[in-house]
Design a protein around this ligand. Structure first.
Ligand code: AMP
Ligand code: TRP
Length: 343
């Protein structure tokens, strides 16, 4: 891989199966960037423990996430796929950055506020209410460390991560100003189509892996029958005209999903469905999603019976990532005043 290419880094949490939101807002776009960039695709297992989890599930999900990445078109020969906890440096840099982050900046983060609210009010288990851990608060600092440890030029993410990326840019600038030029200021890279896929049951919320209502989310590995059931049952309004409008968030979300999967503009789709009903749109959208996910699911199933191959991908990914991370970490420690270890 040439050193000349700009670097992109991006990650997803192994907190369950990936969703079509992850695919359309993130992974599908990452796959198109592979040739032009030096790519680091992380599976951020340390982020995943900020919410309730079981160790066996986390381990299983991390490997499954690698298989889903590859099945979605991330070629491990052309990119570095790694697990965050396999690379020393993420948590170290997070600590240094945490010591430069005012508490108020973290308390203001929308995702923190939403998750706190969700845990406090919506948790089915009353004993879990109010049990917010400090990891959840410091989560965006660890994310900033993921990015800055590789001196990434660009970070392709869905719209929900824009605020976290802004914090990362501020931290990079703050570090550079205080300790001299060290970090590249990373640019967010948001794809227009698919950057915000909403819940099928409540189109004011983003589609999320961890939604309590399974019908709100289409997972990449959902059975075709389930996909159809979820799309046909998606919440829409009671009018009949197919249009892309802020007044019809449920319908607009379905049109956006259609557009992102088919590559067509929303105007083309709206035009094609004039005179037809919501049921027609939902039915065709179900066919489209099922056909697009079929090869992904087939490849995923092939990969999951080859754990040795997946492990070799992770081994190589972590080696390359670690080399880059160590180089950066040495520089960061030196600039910020730490005594070098005598070799
Ligand atoms: P996460 O599932 O939170 O680990 O997210 C992994 C990537 O998928 C991030 O770049 C997110 O911004 C993106 N993403 C997650 N959910 C959605 C969504 N509903 N719409 C668009 N992008 C999303
Ligand atoms: N916070 C991101 C999310 O939930 C995941 C993430 C962690 C990430 N570290 C990152 C994304 C670094 C991009 C770059 O979607």
């Amino acid at each position: 891989m040439s050193d000349q290419k700009p670097v992109i880094l991006t990650c997803a949490q192994p907190t369950g199966g990936l969703t079509i939101g992850n695919y359309l807002g993130a992974i599908k776009n990452w796959a198109t960037m592979i040739d032009a960039y030096e790519c680091y695709f992380g599976i951020v297992d340390l982020h995943a423990i900020t919410i309730d989890y079981t160790p066996a599930e986390l381990r299983k999900n991390s490997l499954s996430c690698v298989a889903q990445y590859i099945a979605c078109g991330l070629d491990p020969k052309k990119s570095n796929i790694f697990i965050q906890s396999h690379v020393t440096g993420h948590t170290e840099l997070a600590w240094i950055l945490a010591c430069m982050t005012p508490l108020g900046e973290l308390q203001r983060m929308t995702q923190f506020k939403d998750k706190t609210k969700q845990l406090n009010h919506e948790s089915e288990d009353p004993t879990k209410r109010g049990s917010i851990n400090s990891g959840l608060l410091i989560y965006p600092v660890l994310m900033a460390a993921d990015i800055l440890l590789y001196n990434a030029d660009a970070v392709p993410v869905g719209a929900d991560q824009k605020q976290h990326l802004e914090l990362c840019r501020n931290l990079a600038q703050r570090f550079n100003q205080r300790f001299s030029e060290t970090f590249t200021i990373p640019e967010p890279y948001l794809s227009e189509q698919g950057k915000r896929i909403m819940s099928l049951q409540d189109p004011s919320k983003k589609m999320s892996k961890s939604d309590q209502n399974q019908n709100a989310t289409v997972f990449l590995l959902d059975d075709p029958k389930i996909i159809r059931k979820k799309i046909m049952g998606a919440v829409t309004d009671s009018s009949r005209t197919i249009e892309h409008s802020d007044d019809k968030p449920g319908l607009t979300n379905l049109i956006n999903i259609y557009a992102a999967f088919s590559g067509e503009s929303s105007e083309t789709i709206v035009g094609r469905f004039q005179g037809k009903g919501y049921g027609d749109l939902k039915s065709e959208l179900s066919d489209l999603i099922i056909s697009k996910l079929e090869p992904v699911q087939k490849r995923y199933n092939e990969l999951m019976v080859e754990p040795k191959y997946l492990e070799s991908v992770l081994k190589e990914g972590a080696e390359v990532a670690q080399k880059r991370a160590f180089k950066m970490l040495r520089k960061i420690y030196k600039k910020s005043g730490f005594q070098a270890r005598i070799q």
